[in-house]
Design a protein around this ligand. Structure first.
Ligand code: G3P
Length: 225
C-alpha cells in the first residue's frame, strides 16, 4: 500500500520524508493556494525534492474536457514522469480521463463521493480513484465502507485502477483501509504524525533507556559501552 503526503508545504514534506518511507505527494487546488506560492513554483520544488521516481499528483482546474486535457499536458510537461493528472469525476472529467489515458498519461480521478463515480473513472482508464473518506463521513454516510466498495468494484470487474483514499481525519479510518489492502492513501502531515504519537510507547522506550543508563552510566548505549 502506497502512502503519499497530501500537502504542498515543502518544509513539512521534507521533514516527513526524513522519517517515513513515503511514496509521493498529492495536491489539489486548495492545497496549492494555501502554500501562498505560484503553483508551478511549489510543484517543481516538490518534484525536485522527491525525485523522478516518486509519484506527484496535480489537479486540473478547467471545467471542460478539452481544456482539462490541455492542462494535463502542461502539468506533465512541467513535472515530468511519474506525474498523475488529477481530474474530478464529473462528466467532463470522465471524458478527459478517457482522452488522457488513451494518450498514455497517468490519471487520478478525484472528488469521488460515490462508488459509481469510481466505476466510470475506472472505465475511462484512470490509474487511481480518490474517495474523500472523511467528507463522505461528514455527509452522514460511511467513507471507509464506500472506499472498500470501490476497491471491490475494481477487483471484481477486473479494472487496473487502484484506490488512492483521501480526506482522512483520524488513524482509524486509515487503518481500516490498510487492513483491506487498498492500493494507496494520501494523508495530511498531522495524520501521518498521529499514527505513532502514543504516550504508552514513549514511556516504554524511556524506561528502556533509563534502565540501561542506571546500570551502565549516563549516555551509555550499545555503541559506546
Ligand atoms: O485532495 C483531496 C483531499 O485533499 C481532501 O481532503 O481534508 O480537504 O477533506 P480534505
Amino acid at each position: 500500500m502506497k502512502i503519499l503526503i497530501d500537502d504542498a508545504n515543502v518544509d513539512k514534506i521534507k521533514a516527513l520524508y526524513d522519517y517515513y518511507p513515503i511514496d509521493g505527494v498529492t495536491t489539489n487546488p486548495s492545497i496549492l493556494t494555501k502554500s501562498g506560492r505560484k503553483p508551478y513554483d511549489v510543484l517543481c520544488e516538490i518534484r525536485e525534492f522527491i525525485g523522478p521516481n516518486a509519484q506527484l499528483h496535480a489537479q486540473v482546474i478547467s471545467p471542460k474536457a478539452e481544456d482539462m486535457v490541455k492542462e494535463g499536458h502542461k502539468i506533465v510537461e512541467m513535472l515530468g514522469k511519474n506525474t498523475f493528472v488529477k481530474i474530478p469525476a464529473v462528466p467532463e472529467g470522465i471524458k478527459a480521463m478517457r482522452l488522457l489515458s488513451q494518450e498514455g498519461f497517468g490519471v487520478t480521478a478525484t472528488a469521488i463521493y460515490t462508488p459509481m463515480q469510481a466505476f466510470w473513472s475506472a472505465k475511462a482508464g484512470a490509474d487511481y480513484a480518490a474517495p474523500y473518506v472523511n467528507r463522505i463521513d461528514n455527509l452522514g454516510a460511511d467513507g471507509v465502507a464506500a472506499a472498500k466498495k470501490m476497491h471491490d468494484i475494481f477487483k471484481n470487474c477486473g479494472f487496473k485502477t487502484e484506490i488512492l483514499a483521501a480526506s482522512f481525519k483520524n488513524s482509524q479510518q486509515v487503518q481500516e483501509l490498510c487492513e483491506y489492502g487498498v492500493g494507496a492513501a494520501t494523508l495530511a502531515p498531522d495524520t501521518i504524525e498521529n499514527f505513532l504519537k502514543n504516550a504508552c510507547v514513549t514511556s516504554a522506550v524511556d524506561v528502556f533507556i533509563s534502565d540501561f543508563e542506571n546500570s551502565y552510566g549516563k549516555g551509555a548505549t550499545m555503541l559506546n559501552y
